[in-house]
Design a protein around this ligand. Sequence first.
Ligand code: 13P
Length: 244
Amino acid sequence: MRCVVANWKMNLSFEEARTFCEDFLGHVSLGAGTEAGIAPPYTMLHLVSDLVRPKGLHVFGQNGHAEPKGAFTGEVSMPQLRDAGCSGVLLGHSERRQLFGETDAALIKKVKAAWQWDLLPLLCIGETLEQRDAGQTLDVLGQQLAILGETGPGPLWVAYEPVWAIGTGRRAEAPQVAEAHAFIRATLNRYFAGTEYQVPILYGGSVTPETFTELLGIPEVAGGLVGGASLDPAKFAALVKQAG
Ligand code: 13P
């Protein structure tokens, strides 16, 4: 299975989102074995969901709170994401970890809450440049995946997003991607031992249509989580086509 997900982050207006979806759907047809999704800002979830879910695409929240409701000003819960038309939720994006203090302890609760509300968690992991330079990449990935020891196995996608490759135009080199993905697979095999479920491992960080085909040729790369290039409907359609 191949998976391509657009992470729009805090971009686009309501009308731009509508135009994007109409354009994108005009360009794309999903091949068998290809899954695609869009993670828009909360204000556009309903709109995007109404437009793309009938065409078989996923819609992801960019975050979700672990509690189903309550006094958490500014937060959105998993049942509210479902209500808005989501089938999944991004969790642990490096921007959430770095800018908003997301912790692994919170992520354990969020993954469990996503499952409780029948949302597919797309767990993002990745090392900073300092951690890579210090030779800590695999340790960091192992620590970030250790939350699965607490949650147990369940439906999950994982995205390897080296923080230094996000929004920088500096994609990780093929051997770096291959090493990280092989390590993630071996680690997931431990947490999912005894289950049939095969977690797709996506790569994220400066993915473009120019570089995606090479990435897809790397063992254990099941697809991409795409920021900047996913804001252009023709580019995102090209990425989905390359995955198909
Ligand atoms: P860019 O594709 O803009 O580097 O962003 C990657 C990302 O953070 C996707 O979640």
